[in-house]
Unconditional design. Structure first.
Length: 732
């Protein structure tokens, strides 16, 4: 029966040829695409669906597949196979060249070239590209750029064809080619799992898909080794530094669909013997580490113990007298807690300063820095993010920088120049927003702190932990080994703020006090809404009209929407779409760039998604698109006082920033924050997530959603649990 159905389907297959008018949707991960095709016999473009490695407007395609009838969208052609052929018409050639496929050729340049060479355009580029100099406005430098890109396109063609059959997107095919050059196909065929480790953006699942398509057995040792590493790497994305051995085997059995766990255990033992993984056996359940995390925990613990082993002598009476003069001069009154913290900072080789909102961390830090300078001690100031460093500089009146800049990161070597051999030249190193520091960065920081220097880590331990693996600040405090100054007294002026009151209530596990707009004047409001679409509508109204009208906020510069997660109707991704339409709609003079189903527009608010050391832009940095150059294929983004030029190849690093996840907001402060809360977010809702969102706002918070979602966040502490061994290592 099945055979007859297959035969019938095969006989119904048709072949059509046409030119791509536009790409309506393209999924980079699986290649699923919806496009509009101009083809003979149809007065209007036809809709085509299918899996394409990549496709650009103007390209000519030969498609084999079936006509289907969609209940909502009508007749569609479902492509089962396709081939790219040369554009057949002058209009097609022009659209093809100007689609962004070739660096140095935008729509205007493409029109000039095609007007000059007509239907011979592609032959000229292929065989005698120097003739492009005949076209007005095309200089030698641009010709060289076009030639280089065209040759790269030709060189990766074989790789594209090979990978296309394994559902690998063009974006990844280009990365594979750049990594391995002419050896790309050989590497993919012989050692496909190398891709997951060596090509940024290609994970285990993509490499595994290729390997399985090439005939790799499900229980092959190479696959199980790669799978165990993949599961541990996934665990680091959840914040874990290790997994207990039973948990690792359990997760790996599921991920790899291996029936016999003993084969995984055998592969694990071999990896431990070969040093590919590390084990910590002196605990109840054996802990399995990736080597860099194992080394980092031990490195941090060893260096902290070295620092703590060198006591400092200070004159407490002189410090007390200085604090009295400081209070008088600045006309402030530091509390006993604050004064004690400053005394300890002067006398301890390492100190953690922690405290919640309104407890005076900022004024304590300001006085602390002033004291160190009065004592003649040189101070370096740093924070994990650019925005946090800028705020630290404003607080202290002295230069502050990102930790990466402090340690002088070298993109060419992907390592820091500052280390044990060339440590930081400072008597005191102070790092703010230390809750954001993961174990890898902490290890690199400690490497660069001179054994005779002091280290002060400042942060709110009750905020979300770092995006990367570890809970460094929490582990230092819980170890009982590192000196800690905890500020608990909420100052009167801060105590009048409902933002501060609710943050402390949430931290204690008490339900926050909810005030509806119009009930009374406050800095923290709650608008109840049950349906996701209603929440979205209220967010757009609040950001675009209500808050600017009532408080005078600039909707782009002053207001930040912080969502518990990216997915869902009330998630950051969908909110970005509707907020872009409301705050930065299309208009005359606003250049646009379409990539897949995303439209980037001049004036858009954007956020950096990964660290880009080459551009010195880091995960979580928020900026505004100032200009899009379709000819040179560059996007200019303004980050604070710095303009950064993005090549089209780096555009995937950017996402819209009208709404961002609460995790991405760490280390930032905004005048006003809007927080959607719905049961759709249940996977992410936790007490410290809500606490972190509230404490990002300096003046106003508006929560929009369900009280039930707030209740769920209040009762969820499990989301903060991570497998880390730093506290144990410090005590050991």
């Amino acid at each position: 029966m099945a055979g007859k159905e297959e035969a019938a389907q095969s006989s119904a297959n048709q072949t059509i040829t046409g030119s791509v008018e536009r790409v309506t949707y393209h999924n980079e991960q699986n290649g699923y695409t919806v496009l509009r095709l101009l083809t003979q016999g149809h007065s209007e473009p036809v809709t085509v669906t299918g899996n394409f490695s990549s496709v650009s407007p103007g390209e000519s395609l030969r498609l084999t597949g079936l006509w289907t009838a969609h209940p909502q969208y009508g007749d569609q052609f479902k492509a089962l196979d396709y081939a790219v052929v040369r554009p057949a018409t002058i209009a097609g050639i022009q659209k093809y060249l100007g689609s962004g496929l070739i660096k140095g050729v935008g729509p205007v340049t493409a029109r000039r070239i095609v007007e000059h060479f007509g239907d011979r355009t592609l032959d000229v580029i292929e065989s005698d590209i120097s003739r492009l100099a005949e076209v007005k406005g095309i200089a030698r430098k641009r010709i060289e750029m076009i030639q280089k890109t065209w040759q790269e396109q030709r060189a990766i063609k074989d790789v594209m064809v090979f990978l296309q059959s394994h559902s690998v997107s063009t974006h990844f095919a280009v990365k594979i080619f750049k990594q391995y050059g002419n050896d790309a196909i050989s590497v993919v065929e012989k050692t496909p799992y190398r891709l997951a480790a060596e090509v940024y953006g290609i994970g285990f699942r993509t490499a595994d898909q290729i390997a399985r398509n090439l005939g790799m057995p499900v229980d092959a040792e190479e696959r199980m080794r790669a799978g165990l590493q993949h599961v541990l790497l996934e665990a680091t994305e959840e914040g874990h530094c290790y997994l207990p051995s039973p948990e690792l085997i359990k997760r790996s059995t599921s991920a790899l669909e291996v029936e016999d766990p003993e084969k995984l255990n055998a592969a694990l033992e071999k990896m431990l013997n070969d040093g590919l993984l590390k084990i910590e056996e002196e605990i109840e359940e054996k802990a399995i580490y990736l080597p860099p995390l194992w080394q980092s925990e031990r490195g941090v613990a060893r260096r902290l113990r070295t620092l703590l082993g060198k006591p400092i002598r200070v004159d407490a009476r002189r410090i007390e007298d200085w604090l009295d003069r400081f209070n008088t001069k600045r006309k402030i009154e530091l509390s006993d807690e604050q004064r004690q913290a400053i005394h300890r900072a002067a006398a301890e080789r390492v100190l953690v300063l922690t405290g919640g909102p309104g407890t005076g961390k900022t004024s304590t830090l300001r006085a602390m820095v002033a004291l160190f300078h009065a004592m003649g001690r040189s101070v370096l100031l740093a924070s994990p993010t650019g925005r946090a460093a800028q705020r630290l500089s404003e607080i202290t009146g002295r230069e502050a920088m990102t930790i990466h800049r402090l340690l002088e990161f070298d993109p060419s070597k992907m390592s820091f120049k500052r280390n044990e051999e060339w440590p930081l030249e400072a008597d005191v190193v102070i790092v703010d927003e230390a809750s954001m520091i993961d174990i890898i960065l902490a290890n690199n920081l400690l490497k660069a702190v001179h054994p005779n220097s002091q280290l002060v880590l400042v942060g709110d331990v009750d905020q979300l932990p770092s995006v990367g693996p570890g809970t460094v600040l929490k582990d230092l405090i819980n170890s009982g080994v590192v000196p800690v100054a905890r500020l608990t007294q909420v100052f009167r002026q801060a105590a009048e703020s409902l933002i501060v009151q609710n943050a402390h209530r949430i931290n204690r596990g008490e339900f926050p006090r909810l005030i509806k707009p119009g009930e009374q004047t406050s800095d923290c409001y709650f608008i109840e809404a049950e349906e996701p679409d209603e929440i979205v509508e209220l967010i757009v109204k609040s950001v675009a009209k209500s808050m600017p009208g009532r408080f005078g906020y600039d909707p782009m510069r002053d207001i930040q929407v912080l969502a518990p997660m990216n997915r869902g109707r009330a998630g950051a991704n969908h909110l970005n779409d509707v907020l872009q339409s409301a705050l930065n709609p299309p208009g005359a003079g606003k250049t646009e760039l379409t990539r897949g189903n995303r439209v980037l527009r001049a004036g858009d608010k954007v956020i950096q998604r990964v660290n880009n050391y080459k551009l010195e832009v880091f995960n979580g940095d928020v900026g505004t698109i100032e200009h899009i150059d379709l000819e040179d294929q560059m996007i200019a983004v303004r980050f604070a006082d710095r303009l950064v030029g993005y090549d089209y190849a780096d555009v995937l690093d950017l996402a819209h920033g009208f709404a961002v996840s609460i995790h991405k907001s760490q280390g930032s402060e905004y005048p006003a924050v809007v927080i959607p809360l719905h049961m759709q977010h249940f996977l992410m809702l936790s007490r410290n997530l809500l606490y972190t969102a509230l404490t990002r706002a300096k003046k106003t918070v508006v929560m929009i959603g369900m009280t039930k979602a707030i209740g769920m966040a209040m009762h969820n502490l499990e989301a903060t649990r991570r497998f880390t061994g730093l506290a144990r290592e410090l005590r050991g």
